[in-house]
Design a protein around this ligand. Sequence first.
Ligand code: BGC
Length: 750
Amino acid sequence: MIKQFLAGLAVLAGTSPVALMAQDDIEGQIDALLAEMTLEEKVGQLTQYSSFWDATGPAPQGGEQEEKFEQVREGRVGSMLNVVGRDEVRAVQELAVEDSRLGIPLIFGYDVVHGHKTIFPIPLAESASWDIDLIEQSARIAAVEAAAQGLNWTFAPMVDISRDPRWGRVMEGAGEDPYLGARIAVARVKGFQGDDLSADDTIAATIKHLAGYGFAEGGRDYNTADFGTVTLHNVILPPFKAAVEEADVRTAMNSFNILNGVPATGDAYLQRDLLKEAWGFDGFIVSDWASGREMIDHGFAAGPRDAAELAIEAGSDMDMESYIYRDHLAGLVESGAVDMAIVDDAVRRVLRVKHELGLFKDPYRYVDDPDQEDILMSPDHRAVALDVAKNSIVLLKNKASLLPLKGGEKVALIGALAADKDTPLGNWRAAGETGTAVSVVEGFEAAGVSFTYREGAAVEVGEAGFPQPVVVNTTDRSGFDAAVAAARKADKVVLVLGEDGLQSGEGRSRSDIGLPGVQQELLEAVHAANPETVLVVMSGRPLILDWADANVPAIVQAWHLGHESGHAITSVLTGDHNPGGKLPMSFPRSVGQIPVYYNYMMTGRPGPLENEVFWSHYNDLPNTPLYAFGHGLSYTGFNYSGLEITQGGRSVTVSVTLENTGDVAGTEVAQLYLRDPVASVVRPVRELKGFEKVMLEPGESTLVTFELTDAELGFYDPYGNFKVENGDFEVYVGGSSAADLGGSFTWSSN
Ligand code: BGC
């Protein structure tokens, strides 16, 4: 029992248990506790088990639940994941606290990624809001709800930058840009962790997956990643570093992939040299699911004992579901292969975070108040979820102002996803209940839109529940005729097409990222019947929308928006909410263009050269994406003018006048891009270095200013050294990465 332990410590320390409990000397308490622990108990703190109520990987043999709970009683487990529910958490915590020798509490982790009970838009969608405060609020609410159900640790945010929409996990990140990604990583960590980690409604966050997991070759999940160190330091690592330095994230997770031939779990450079040493991270690192054991499959470890040695030496502190520490770490220490100091450091890190969470003072602090659960799905939480959902929607195209819908128009609402109450919940829906999202049909009804609904074509058939793969309908066109007939009779068609909620996410890579199944055919048939068609796309990734872009007058990117999906989409279609979202990821014209991203490096043959062959291009496609990073329209227009650059001291100020030129109020994300035309390392053609979200009334204008300092002007060389070089720079300001209002300045740090 913890009380027995404290009493024991009190005797050692010559003070009363109560006084000891009140002590704030965390490191001193940890020293005393470490001195009490056996080697097996230390290894226990570094072992994490899943309850198997939910899981993302194959369960190794011998992982029976009861056996695991027995080990909790023996003090041989430090953490559980996938224990869901207040009573369940309490039951397992009691095993550790009441039955184990020292009574060290467990820390309970879960993938609370975009909401816990109230489901928010998928992270990629939220990132399209470019609204840092809202994103922080979303994570805050997720933490409040998760904590109310006994959890004290989320495996989020995923901060992996990715340039490949085939990779199913792009839905879980902030897109392709390290600057935006870093701002969002900081916001999410702050939201989860709050101001005081020991409060009852804050939980520890995890930055993952260190590092390069989003660069899986071919977009195939768990595949090899291969990139140079300039990309590592300038593109992949910035969100991790920002989360450590600006938000004091308490845990990190390593990744399944290799980096320069070394599996991340066995990579001391990433985990020790960078994260722990250079960035001063004093929380702990958890492995990804069985990633320690998988070093054997990589051909990097000879067996589980070798894997355990490599992982602990490299700085992977806690082992998730590999069993390699449980089975081999004590033996490695006893044989002298692993130094006890390494194990002690890992245990110290785990105990530190548990202490910070307040678990030593009260192991039941997250489960002792039944009233805490009253806030689950509260009206306040739903209101924020609606706000985030509205702000996440991106208007990709709106020819001749087809949108918003005008009152009195007869609308044909078509597509299975329009009535789908599950898909909008997306992947990683934590405790969100299946089939509980507001559908577009319900949104239309609530807003009093007059419409006829036809399904057209089911998106998926068969069992689509977790974790089965979604089986896509490629044969059933029986709903087409009714859909086409309804389209003919309507003034306008709203066609809701896209991906099932479980077609993106972990293990859900796709090679063809067009509209799944027969939906493209449905789109073409309906559009032929009535060209006044609005396409609403639900998806967990950028889809290939080239045909739609060439033919359909209006396209709305509505992602998977969580519980309030139908209300949010309706408010945009009716003009009740003027869309202001901007793409956090480029939309390719075709799969063959991938990776296509805005901050690419200039080649030696950049072109374009008219009627020439020998420059870097495709013979059958432009180099540009269909929709650029940062793109997003509004029902009003915005004009940028009067770019001015002033230099003073150690900074450069860039200002522009932004005007709302239309006749409705609207929100614009003004974006600043920087180019360093000549440097000692080849630099991208442009890089986002500032943005500001501004709301303007019709005819209103405002001055938007951006400040550039060393942090924005510099870059990392191939060896990870940060450099700021003198010379000329160019800036561009506008409403997307294609911004063309530019200026230049010369920087000299002398
Ligand atoms: C994923 C992690 C996740 C873990 C636990 C793994 O398969 O890669 O991101 O946190 O499972 O569910």
